[in-house]
Ligand binder design. Structure first.
Ligand code: GLY
Ligand code: MN
Ligand code: MN
Length: 438
């Protein structure tokens, strides 16, 4: 770790110290106990699923795979980390890294992973804790108001957090380049995934989400979950949605590539989507509403569909009739941080819910942008037969050039997703900056 990052992390922890003290006083607690969590065991089996540390724990302690550990925060005292260090010859016991942040904590090594006894007072316990455990502790379990307030604290990133997001982007981009090269060399989805992992130097279970690697029509399956081991005879397109984690902070990047058998329509739409995505990013600044950006995306998609002859009506009609929503049913983006879909996107600064509008139920970010927010910007355009079929049956049937739409089906879809931090006056595109000068 560079000295700069260590200094930035100290400042980040000092900011957390202050903010927690203020919030605990406001909510009437003497302290809060945060539980890192534990991996879940498969039913009737002795094998475990992969694990990610609880976000509020991770906000303090940058160890994304740390199980069975507890962090006690009390205003005016050093945070006390009850670090799970079992005597176990089956596994390698976790060890604290030799990093500067450790000095900010009081560390208690604990063999059994049980919750520590709490001092006298009024405490909350947050995390995947049972009611019985909370009762034994005498603490309020996951109180909603405090949890929402702590979520809000994660919405605006510190300089340290932005540095971590940038590093996660750098590592993910190495994977994306390698996946593209594997595809262009004739590889199957599995080859692309393996190339991604190798270049990004990460194992699958440590990714913030399972990479989506879709060749041809699979690019149109929004959360496509398989990796074909056979390459297709004709390689039209590749869509890779792949991330990384650095100190818990997630990258979430999508790139779409034309293959040797790509049609002219697909290539033109890919270039158009790239322009649209850059244009949308260019508009992001504090005060801009993300619901209005979602509509801007759909207006841009409408223009694109008309310009390339897939829609034979006006862009206004393509927008108003909902044609564009059949081509892109997901949101323009979401908050990004310790979770890939980070907390706080659908609430206001006081924790009051801000649900998405009925026309855009999948939108995960409904609040105006503020300096310090880290977000994704991921417009997409897909051929999804289940969503296009109603258009063919309805009043819009004559507005589409169905032959061209169907010809695009072999190409699946296009998504271009960058990670962007909102600054005081505009934004900083972490992903494109690194692509331009790695
Ligand atoms: N990778 C999930 C998403 O883009 O939201
Ligand atoms: Mn993504
Ligand atoms: Mn995303």
């Amino acid at each position: 770790m560079t000295n700069d990052l260590a200094d930035a992390q100290r400042a980040h922890l000092a900011r957390l110290d202050q903010a927690y003290a203020a919030l605990l006083a406001e909510h009437g607690y003497d302290g809060v106990l945060l539980y890192s969590g534990r991996a879940h065991r498969h039913f009737a089996d002795d094998q475990h699923a992969s694990f990610a540390t609880y976000g509020h724990f991770l906000h303090w302690v940058p160890l994304a795979g740390l199980e069975h550990s507890w962090l006690l925060i009390r205003p005016g005292q050093a945070p006390c980390l009850h670090f799970h260090a079992p005597r176990d010859f089956w596994h390698l016991a976790p060890q604290l890294p030799e990093e500067a942040w450790v000095e900010a904590f009081e560390v208690v090594y604990q063999e059994d992973g049980e919750a520590p006894r709490l001092p006298r007072g009024h405490f909350a316990v947050l995390g995947e804790v049972s009611e019985a455990q909370a009762e034994r502790l005498g603490a309020a379990l996951n109180p909603e108001a405090l949890t929402l307030a702590l979520d809000e604290l994660r919405v605006r990133k510190s300089a340290y957090e932005v540095a971590c997001l940038r590093e996660a982007n750098r590592r993910a981009l190495a994977g994306h380049g390698a996946a593209r090269d594997a595809f262009l060399a004739g590889g199957a989805e599995l080859d692309c995934q393996l190339a991604y992992l190798k270049a990004a130097r990460i194992r699958e279970s440590a990714l913030p989400y399972q990479s989506i690697v879709g060749i041809n029509a699979h690019g149109g399956v929004l959360h496509y979950q398989h990796y074909d081991a056979e390459a297709p005879r004709q390689a039209h397109s590749l869509l890779v949605d792949g991330g990384h984690r650095y100190r818990g902070y997630c990258a979430d990047i999508t790139r779409s590539w034309a293959g040797p058998a790509a049609s002219d329509d697909y290539r033109a739409l890919l270039a158009g989507m790239d322009r649209l995505q850059r244009q949308l990013v260019g508009e992001l600044a504090p005060g801009i509403g993300y619901v209005s950006m979602q509509e801007r995306m759909h207006r841009g998609l409408a223009e694109l569909l008309v310009a390339h002859g897939l829609v034979k009506a006006s862009a206004e009609a393509a927008f108003e009739t909902g044609i564009t929503r059949a081509f892109c049913p997901h949101g323009l983006g979401h908050l990004l941080g310790l979770q890939v879909h980070d907390v706080g996107g659908r609430q206001d600064a006081q924790g009051r819910p801000l649900p998405p509008p009925p026309a855009h139920p999948a939108l995960r970010l409904t609040r105006p942008l503020e300096a310090g927010m880290a977000i994704t910007v991921e417009p997409g355009l897909y051929v999804i037969p289940m969503l296009l079929e109603p258009l063919r049956q309805g009043a819009t049937a004559g507005m589409l050039d169905w032959a061209r739409v169907e010809a695009l089906g072999d190409h699946g879809g296009i998504r271009i997703e960058d990670n962007v931090v909102i600054t005081g006056t505009g934004n900083d595109n972490l992903t494109r900056d690194l692509e331009a000068s790695p």
